[in-house]
Structure formats: structure tokens, C-alpha cells
Design a protein around this ligand. Structure first.
Ligand SMILES: Nc1nc2c(c(=O)[nH]1)N[C@@H](CN(C=O)c1ccc(C(=O)N[C@@H](CCC(=O)O)C(=O)O)cc1)CN2
Ligand SMILES: [Mg+2]
Length: 281
């Protein structure tokens, strides 16, 4: 039997639990505030940003909604971030990605103060994570670890294969898995014999951004499969990076798309905003 991991339900439970935490901070005179910066008009980004504001509002987290035109220069964005860094009413800053081509994402991430880094992607925070001294964490990887914990899926001693080496998912997730005592392999577009490597996994995490590229023959029977992909097909369907159609009864656990890892990203962002607000005192 395959257990479908319900990320939507788990995220919504976590978000309900955060209401009390936000209230306690407010009682103590601190109104947690997340600044969400969107540059340009990417339709998917607009949806994600709107969902972040909605989730924050439900929890009692104040947000600053900053929407900049798509022509915004890198210097203008960095100046805004610097102002938010020194604004004592703002506890967490997030710049929605992807950014327009004229802006270097690395320069943006480098400018966010590590103690206000809602996404946990600043090199200081990534460095602490790799030294097993975690501060702010990348939200999607943290969401994956939280799902595994909630479903009581043991990580220590397991063979974990992560397909995808992005700064947003693959790399920080590898560090989290290593800190949790897994044996970690990161595979990517240059990996030779991907099927052989992937089939070694007790826990296979797929974050390639390529619709349904990982199929049953990449997967060991009984494995846990975490599908991070969100791909919109021409016919409007939303699918993951894993062809999930014939996995029922073959894998032990599977995250659906939609409703798996995606919603956890926003729940973790909310949790992290409250943690950063708390630490600011
Ligand atoms: N600064 C950041 N930019 C981006 C991040 C990020 O963590 N920080 N991640 C993604 C986008 N993202 C959040 O920003 C995100 C993507 C998807 C979901 C989600 O809940 N997806 C749903 C399906 C939604 C749909 O119908 O399209 C699901 O999987 O069920 C939440 C957040 C890139 N940019
Ligand atoms: Mg440890």
C-alpha cells in the first residue's frame, strides 16, 4: 500500500498552530512583519505572493506588500533591501523568484541581512546549515524534512538520493539530510547512469523542474518518493517531476502534485517569520 503524504493538510495544521505563537508575540509588544517583494508580473509568482500574504493574514503576521516594475534595476532592488534591513518594524524579508534577467539573484540574496532572511538562502545561513549549526533554513527543504518527521519516516542511516542541485532545494536539502544522519547522494544533469543511482535510494527526492522525467524504473520498490516538481502542461494539468501514474502500490510513500511539498513551503515561511521576529528581541 502506498501512503499519499498530505502536504496541504499538514501545512494547514502547522499554520493553525502558528496563530497562538503570533498572538503571544503581539501580547509581548512585538508585531511580526514579513516584507514580500515581487519584481515584475510573472503570473505564477503573483499567485504565490498572494498566497503568502493570505497565509500571513490568517496567522496574524503583518506583511509589507512591495511590487516593483519589471524594469527595476539591480541597484534599485538592492537599495530597497538595504532599507528593509534597517527597518526595525520588519523581521523577515523575501524576494520572490525568479527575478527579471537584469537582476542577479545572488546579489539579491547576499544583500538580505542573514537575521531577516525569510527564505534561508543567504550564504551565511547556508554556511551555518552545512556546519550543522542551523539558523534560518530554506523553506522547501525544511518543508520536506517536516513532512518526513510528521509521517514518522526515519532518515538516519537511510540512502537518500536527491535529483537536482539548485540553491533553492537540492543543496540545502542535502545538508539537512546529512545533519539528520542520512547517507546523501546528489544527482544532476551530468550524472552518469541516473537510473542506477536513483534505484539505490530509500528516500528519493526529485527536484529537476522537468515534467515527469523520473519514472518507475528509476525507483526501488518500497522507496519513499518526494516529488518537488510543479509543472503546468499544455493541457492545463499540473504534474510533478515524477511520472506518478503507475507508482500506487509500488512505493511506500509519495507526495502528490499538487498538495504535497508545495503548500509546505508557505507554512515553513510563516514559521520562520515568527522565529526571526522572536529572535529580533
Ligand atoms: N523567494 C522564493 N522564491 C521562490 C520560492 C521560494 O521558496 N522562495 N519557491 C518557488 C515558488 N513558491 C514559493 O515562493 C511556491 C511554489 C508552489 C507552491 C504551492 O503551494 N504549489 C501548489 C500548486 C500551486 C498551483 O496550483 O500552481 C502545490 O504544490 O500544491 C507554494 C510556493 C519559486 N520561487
Ligand atoms: Mg545531527
Amino acid at each position: 500500500m502506498t501512503v499519499m503524504i498530505d502536504g496541504k493538510k499538514t501545512a494547514s495544521q502547522i499554520q493553525s498552530e502558528l496563530v497562538n505563537k503570533a498572538q503571544a508575540l503581539k501580547k509581548a509588544g512585538l508585531t511580526p512583519c514579513l516584507a514580500v517583494v515581487l519584481v515584475g508580473d510573472d503570473p505564477a509568482s503573483q499567485v504565490y505572493v498572494r498566497n503568502k500574504h493570505r497565509a500571513a493574514q490568517k496567522i496574524g503576521i503583518k506583511t509589507k506588500d512591495i511590487h516593483l516594475p519589471k524594469e527595476t534595476s539591480q541597484a534599485e532592488l538592492l537599495k530597497l533591501i538595504t532599507e528593509l534591513n534597517s527597518d526595525p518594524t520588519v523581521h523577515a524579508i523575501l524576494v520572490q523568484m525568479p527575478l527579471p534577467a537584469q537582476i542577479d539573484a545572488e546579489a539579491m540574496i547576499n544583500t538580505i541581512a542573514p537575521e531577516k532572511d525569510a527564505d534561508g538562502l543567504n550564504p551565511t545561513n547556508i554556511g551555518h546549515l552545512f556546519m550543522d549549526d542551523p539558523r534560518a533554513l530554506a523553506c522547501t527543504p525544511r518543508g520536506i524534512m517536516t513532512l518526513l518527521e510528521k509521517y514518522q519516516i526515519e532518515v538516519a542511516g537511510k540512502e537518500v538520493v536527491i535529483i537536482g542541485r539548485s540553491n533553492l532545494v537540492g543543496r540545502p536539502l542535502a545538508a539537512l539530510m546529512l545533519n539528520a544522519d542520512a547517507t546523501v547522494t546528489i544527482a544532476h544533469s551530468k550524472t552518469k547512469d541516473l537510473k542506477k543511482i536513483a534505484r539505490q535510494a530509500d528516500i528519493l527526492v526529485v527536484a529537476t523542474g522537468r515534467a515527469e522525467m523520473i519514472t518507475k524504473d528509476h525507483i526501488k520498490e518500497g522507496a519513499v518518493v518526494i516529488d518537488v516538481g510543479i509543472n503546468r502542461l499544455a493541457d492545463g494539468r499540473l504534474v510533478g517531476d515524477v511520472a506518478q501514474g503507475d507508482l500506487d502500490g509500488y512505493v511506500s510513500y509519495l507526495t502528490p502534485v499538487p498538495g504535497g511539498v508545495g503548500p509546505m513551503t508557505i507554512a515553513m515561511l510563516m514559521q520562520q517569520t515568527l522565529e526571526l521576529a522572536e529572535k529580533s528581541r
